[in-house]
Design a protein around this ligand. Structure first.
Ligand code: KIV
Ligand code: ZN
Length: 510
């Protein structure tokens, strides 16, 4: 029996720190349910002391997740740890992850603390956290640039204080794979009580080495990897969960451990995170990119047809490509619909909501013969944008003809009134946005516009993400429709609704 490699997913915490990727509580809960379904061991749900929204989101995730450990991040200070403990108290299976920087540059310039003070605070924090749970993780931030003797001293002290997991972050993505592997080996060999804790790694991707560094650490004894879906995260991101898991699974001849991840849930998870954050996945991205299993050259196609393994080291279906079961169509009933949503981990809070969603499902099924799981996720995202839609698209007419200026007319409900405007633009989407702006005058800056086809085929729904920025606040709006101009207008209005509403993002990026 192989040793377990613990998968610690931090999409909802470090991933969310990616500019523009902040999520609402409902979105976080939806992603957490999917991570649980995939078999992630630990879900880092947020940083409860960062904001009221983050606190509530961690609590909401802790309320619904039962098969994964739910973790909250806290600086090594009592007030932060108390917030994490309070947010997590609704669940028995929780972890507090506390951290303090240990590199000379961070201690001197950021913390303005001596090494002795840092050790004292780390030990105090680990002990303090144990009043909430005995599952405490400690991270020496910027370990990749910390001095080895000092790192050994801190880690030995926190193990004695009760830390069960020691997470070694390469916070700025600075180390090289051999170096990082050797660091993990040295720590395990030199720290006298190292056998009392699990060594974990948390690598950032500034030099494109996050996955390589993490795997090198695994070969040197790390038994937890911190990672995110699609490699989302601060700056260039974190190690990508799908790459770590599939490297270890595909090369079982090489790695001494394995994960308990249900790999068929990888692509659905990737699509869900990409849809919610509006961060598209590059086509040539390993495992989850649209071309990851596409063979273009004739020689490759011929080889694969004759014997699959000639050019394929993994099977597309094993990571969830094509696994989006076609179960629903226009003749499906309410019960089949409800039960598929339940299978997908989507729970609607009332019968009324279910009815509204069912009507929208029927409308979609009229336009599109086959409804896939991704379509249902898109419907829910579209429906769950804001509790009250202040601006609502009533109708849209768009015209685009070769040689003519594209044109759009929109009718929008604003509260109880109705307004109409029309505009020309460089394309029908541009014309629609200009017409909407004539009415709303939001003066928000459009930071991102992206369209993804949710499933394949020309009758597929287009899922549009619009990111708007106003007065330092960044919001993502989503819209899905088989008509991408309509999807675009809905996405624009959904972003405007978020700017308008008091609905706070869980981690406002201001
Ligand atoms: O990158 C980092 O150092 C972190 C810590 C909080 C673990 O995210
Ligand atoms: Zn990080």
């Amino acid at each position: 029996m192989k040793e377990r490699l613990v998968i610690f997913d931090t999409t909802l915490r470090d991933g969310e720190q990616s500019p523009g990727a902040s999520m609402t509580m409902e979105e976080k809960v939806r992603i957490a349910r999917q991570l649980e379904r995939m078999g992630v061991d630990v879900i880092e749900a947020g940083f409860p002391a960062a904001s009221k929204g983050d606190f509530e989101a961690v609590r909401a995730v802790a309320e619904v997740v039962s098969n994964s450990t739910v973790c909250g991040l806290a600086r090594a200070i009592e007030a932060d740890i108390n917030r994490a403990g309070e947010a997590l108290q609704v669940n028995q299976n929780v972890r507090i992850h506390t951290f303090i920087a240990t590199s000379p540059i961070h201690m001197k310039n950021k913390l303005r603390m001596s090494p002795e003070q840092v050790i004292e605070q780390a030990v105090k924090a680990v002990k303090w956290a144990q009043q909430y749970t005995d599952n405490v993780e400690f991270s020496p931030e910027d370990a990749g640039r910390s001095e080895i003797d000092f790192l050994c001293q801190v880690l030995e002290a926190v193990i004695d204080a009760g830390a069960r997991t020691l997470n070694i972050p390469d916070t700025v993505g600075y180390t090289m794979p051999d170096q990082f592997g050797a660091l993990i080996r040295t720590l395990r060999e030199r720290i006298p009580n190292s056998d009392k804790a699990v060594f974990s790694v948390h690598c950032h991707n500034d030099l494109g080495l996050a996955v390589a560094n993490s795997l090198s650490a695994v070969m040197n004894g790390a038994r937890q990897v911190e990672c995110t879906i699609n490699g989302l995260g601060e700056r260039a991101g974190n190690a990508a969960l799908e790459e770590i898991v599939m490297a270890v699974r595909t090369r079982q001849d090489y790695f001494p451990c394995d994960t308990r991840i249900d790999t068929t849930q990888i692509v659905p998870s990737s699509k869900l995170v990409s849809g919610i954050t509006g961060f598209p996945v590059q086509p040539n991205k390993a495992i989850v990119g649209a071309n990851a299993f596409a063979h273009e050259s004739g020689i490759h196609q011929d080889g694969v047809l004759k014997h699959r393994e000639t050019y394929e080291i993994m099977r597309a279906e094993d990571v969830g490509w094509g696994a989006n079961k076609l179960l629903l169509g226009k003749h499906s009933g309410r019960n089949a619909f409800r039960s598929r949503l339940k299978d997908l981990g989507i729970e609607l809070e009332s019968e009324e909501k279910l009815n509204a969603m069912f009507m929208r499902f029927k409308d979609l099924a009229d336009k599109k013969h086959e409804i896939f799981d991704e379509d249902l996720h898109a419907l829910v995202s579209d429906e769950a944008q804001v509790p009250e839609e202040y601006y609502r698209l009533l109708s849209l007419a768009a015209r685009s003809e070769t040689g003519e200026m594209p044109f759009a007319r929109v009718v929008i409900a604003i509260g109880n009134s109705e307004q109409q405007a029309e505009s020309e633009g460089s394309g029908p989407v541009d014309a629609a946005f200009r017409a909407i702006e004539k009415i709303l005058d939001s003066r928000a800056e459009l930071q991102l516009y992206s369209v993804n086809n949710i499933t394949s085929g020309t009758d597929a729904q287009g899922e549009v993400t619009v990111r708007l920025q106003k007065a330092g606040r960044i919001v993502n709006g989503h819209g899905a429709d088989t008509d991408i101009i309509t999807a675009s207008a809905k996405a624009y209005l959904s972003a405007c609704n978020k700017l308008h509403s008091s609905l706070e993002r869980t981690h406002p990026q201001v």
